[in-house]
Design a protein around this ligand. Sequence first.
Ligand code: UTP
Ligand code: MG
Length: 614
Amino acid sequence: MNVPMPGGGGQRGKFYTNEKARFNPRLFRKLIRFALPYWKMLLLALLLMGLFTAADIYRPLLEGQAIDAFMEGVSEGTLPMQVARNGLMQLVGLYALMVLAQFVLSYCRTMTLRSTGQRIIRDIRSAVFRKVQRLPLSFFDKHPAGVVVTRIVNDPDALNELFTTVVLGMFQNIIVLMAVTFAIFRTDVSMALCLMAAMPLIALATIVFRLKARVIFLEIRNRLAHINAFLDEHISGMGVIKAFHMEKSKIDEFRNVNKAYYKANMRNVVVMGIFRPFIDCVRYLALALLLWYGGIRTLGGAASIGMLYMFIKYMGMFFHPLMELAEEFNTLQSSMAAGEKINAILEEDEEVDPADPVPVARPLTGRIEFDHVWFAYEGENWVLRDVSFVIEPGQSAAFVGATGAGKTSIISLLCGFYEYQKGRILIDGVEIKSMSKKDYRRHIGLVLQDVFLMAGDIATNIRMWNERVSDERVREIARYVQADSFIDKLPGGYDHVLRSGGGTLSSGERQLISFARALTQDPEILVMDEATANIDTNTELLIQEALLRLQQNRTTIAVAHRLSTIKNADRIFVIHKGRIRESGSHDELMEHRGLYYHLVQLQYNGASEQGQQT
Ligand code: UTP
Ligand code: MG
C-alpha cells in the first residue's frame, strides 16, 4: 500500500487537524455508550462520592463546634476534665469516626472509578481495533500508520477521562459548591456574602482562562500530531535519509517542528502560571476580608470563634472545586477531541459485504470475468477504463504493460481490496459484490512483490496460523518453491523467529515464503504480482518449473515485467493506460506485431546490448 507521507495530501483532516474541541452533545451521546455497560459501577462511584462529600462538609462544622465548646469552657473557667465531659469528647470521637469513614470511602471510590475507567479504555481500544480490521485498504492509503496507532493507543485514555474524571468530577465539584453554599448561608448570611464577594472576580478569571486554554490546547494537539507524523515518516524512512545525506537538514527541520510544539506548551505554562496564582491571590484577599468582617462580628458577639474558623475552612473548600471545575472543562475539551477522532474511525465505511451473500462454491472452478469494469481510486481519475476479459478455469493469464498501467489495480479489484465504480467482476459467474469477501478471498492465493511477514517463526508464517497445515506439509511446500535451502541455513530453521515485517530476510527470500504461504491454502485461483521480481534467475527457473505443475489444476494470473517469465501463459493481456490493448498467446501477439511485440523487442535488444557491453 502506498502510505502517503505525512505533511502532504489533505485527506486526513478529521484524524489529524481541524480539531473541534467544543462540547458536542450529539457526540457525547454516542460516546457514552462505552460507559453504559458500567453504569452500576459508575453509580456506585457517584454514591461513594456523595457520602465522602457529605462527610467533608460536615467536618468543619464539628471542628467549629469543638472549638466553641472549648472556648466556652475556658471562658467559664471550667476544668479540662469537665469540658471533656461537657461533650467535647463525643465531638472528637465522632470526628475520628468520620475521618476513618472518609478513608474507607475514598479508597472504595478510587478503586471503583479507576477499575471502571480501565475497563472502558480496554473496551474502546478493542472496538477501534476491531473496526480497523474491517476497514477497506483505501482507508490505509489515506491514513499513516502512526496516526492510526495513536487512535488505538492514546485516544481511548483521553476519552476515558471524559467519563471518570470529567463527568463524575464535575458532578462532585458542583455538589460540593452547592453544599458549601448552603452550609455557610445557613450559618451566617452576612459572612457568607462576604465570602461570595470574590465570586465575580473568580468567574471572570475562569472564563478568560477557559477561552485562552482552549485555543492553546488545540494548538498543542496539532503541534503534537505534527511531531508524531514527522517522527513516523523519518524513522520508517531512515534508510532514504541516510542514503541521501539528509541527516543534517532533517535535524534542522525537526528542530523547527519541535520548537513549535515547545512554544505552544510554553503558552500553556504561562496561562496556567497566571491563572492559579491569580485565583490564590483573590482567595487570600477574600480571606482577609472575612477575617476583618468576621473579627468584628465575633468581637461584637454576633459570631463565635468556632464559626469564624468554620468559615475559613469552608472558604478553602469553596475555592478548590472552582479551580478543579476550570481544569475539568479543559480536560473535557481534550477528551472531546479524542472522542471525536475515535468516533470518526468508528464511523468510517467498512468493507462492504452484502447483507445476504451468495455462498461461494467449494471448490471453485476458477473462472474469472471482468465485464466493462471502470475503476478510480479517487473521483473520476480512471485507472481502469472499460476493462473486459475472461479467464477460463485452469487457464494461466498474464498481464503486462508499463509502470502505472493498472495491472496491480486489476488484481486489487479481483481480491476485493477496492470497490469498482462501473461494470462487473465475476468469479464462477457470480459477481464478487454479492459474495462475502472473506469467503471468496479464501480461494485466492496472493503473492506480491512486497511481502509482509508477521512476527513469528518461519513455519507459522508459511501456514499463516492455520493449525490444520501440518509441519510436514509446510516443509513439503517450502521444498516445492525452493525455499528450503535458505530456511535450512537460518538458525533454528523453520523455528527461526522473525520480527514483524520480516526485515532481516532478503526480498527474494521473503517472496519465496510468500509463495509457500499462498500454496498452503491450496487456492483455486493463484495471483502473482511481480512475484518473482526479486528472485535470481536461477531460482526463478526452478520456481517456474514448480509453477507449471501448480498451474495444472488452478487458474493463475501473473503480472510480470520480465516477459520471459510469462511467455508460456495461455493468454497475455497488454494493459496500456488502464485499457486492454491486446490479448492472445505469446505467439499470436508476436505475430500481431503490436505493443507486446515492441515490449519483447525492447527487452530482447536491451538484454543483448547489455550482453555485448559486458
Ligand atoms: P497500478 O499500481 O495498478 O499500476 O497503478 P501497475 O500497472 O501495477 O504498475 P507497476 O508496473 O506495478 O509499476 C495504476 C495507477 O493507479 C494509481 C497509480 O498512481 C497509477 O497511476 N494508484 C495506484 C493510485 O492512485 N492509488 C493507489 O493506491 C494505487
Ligand atoms: Mg503493480
